[in-house]
Ligand binder design. Structure first.
Ligand SMILES: [Zn+2]
Length: 113
């Protein structure tokens, strides 16, 4: 049985929301969170973003999120690898990549080379 998709902002599953849009590397956002983001962009109550804080979510939602979140973390690491490989293909040096990552050139090369 395939796992349900979850909103990366509020943690709700696809069964709890009307619409879910996919972003890069396993990141999703639901229609409710798009509305909250829109309100924040309009300068409305920033307290709305509390919906994004997992400390405010019920235990059942947090437990249901563990598997999908772990997959998203793996997908995001692959996304980072793809970005580094793309930069290397564009002749960006390991030194420049390492500086942006905040690691040594050797560490960058060992991790992504
Ligand atoms: Zn959401």
């Amino acid at each position: 049985m395939p796992e349900k998709l979850h909103c990366s902002f509020c943690g709700k599953s696809e069964k709890e929301i009307k619409k879910l849009a996919a972003g890069p590397a396993g990141i999703f956002i639901c229609d409710e969170c798009v509305h909250i983001c829109h309100a924040i962009m309009q300068g409305e109550d920033p307290g709305l973003s509390r919906a994004f804080d997992p400390k405010t979510w019920p235990k059942e939602r947090l437990l249901a999120l563990l598997g999908p979140l772990n997959k998203t973390a793996d997908a995001y690491r692959e996304h980072l690898q793809t970005v580094v490989e793309t930069l290397r293909a564009q002749d960006v040096s390991w030194g420049d990549i390492a500086r942006r990552l905040g690691v040594s050139r050797q560490t960058a090369w060992e991790r992504f080379g």
